[in-house]
Design a protein. Structure first.
Length: 233
């Protein structure tokens, strides 16, 4: 049932040109541009962090918000709840293709960077942690934001604060010894993990993982508070 819902959601996503462009073309285009215009070898951690940021920000966060808002407003979610599927199955089926798309794009962009000359990460397990943590954080944030978004068109506005907060967190976290208070920002944990994976000084991996887990927990808590199945007035 989850697979059937996932396939149906993917078809709906690809039929919407705007949503498909934000979810597919924007992250891939921006990520490839960053990778193919690197001049300094030391710039690779920043490039890869930006690739992941765009992938999670657009492919997962914005797309989850837009998709759930659109499905709610056209009563698609409400109709699914009247069937045999539980609430958890419905949400999993709708979110699954978006999550898989975000992970697939992140792996493709990492491959582009490696092919363009990026060094192999010294600690690949931290890359995996960044992928899983970034996906979980942005997915939870997207579910929460959808509850505050009146229409799918407004998703480009309601998602802006969290997206720019991630940008503000990622870039300073790539410094050799960033202020630990920056880990309070979403995305900072992602930047630290990328920096450490490519030969960083170490010592902040635990805090970075805790930051991603904390923001994921905040997103889940806000989702339980604000997510709606019925159309907003």
């Amino acid at each position: 049932m989850i697979a059937a819902l996932g396939v149906a959601e993917l078809k709906l996503l690809l039929r919407n040109r705007t949503a498909a462009a934000l979810a597919v073309l924007m992250p891939l285009g921006a990520g490839a541009f960053f990778a193919l215009n690197v001049e300094e070898p030391d710039s690779w951690p920043m490039v890869i962090a930006l690739q992941l940021l765009f992938g999670f920000g657009f492919s997962v966060y914005v797309t989850v918000t837009t998709a759930l808002t659109a499905r709610r407003q056209d009563l698609y979610l409400k109709r699914l709840r009247t069937g045999a599927a539980s609430d958890a199955v419905v949400l999993t089926g709708v979110l699954l293709p978006v999550v898989l798309l975000g992970l697939a794009q992140s792996l493709v962009l990492l491959g582009i960077s490696l092919a363009a000359g990026a060094p192999v990460p010294e600690r690949p397990e931290l890359v995996l942690l960044a992928l899983l943590g970034g996906t979980a954080m942005t997915c939870a944030a997207g579910v929460a934001t959808s509850g505050l978004t009146g229409t799918a068109e407004l998703a480009q506005i309601t998602t802006a604060p969290f997206f720019f907060a991630m940008v503000a967190g990622v870039l300073p976290a790539l410094a050799p010894d960033p202020d630990q208070r920056l880990l309070l920002l979403p995305g900072s944990g992602l930047g630290v993990l990328v920096r450490e994976a490519w030969g960083g000084a170490g010592g902040q991996v635990g805090l970075a993982a805790l930051s991603l887990a904390g923001w994921t927990a905040v997103g889940v808590a806000l989702s339980l508070r604000f997510f709606r199945w019925d159309r907003r007035g």
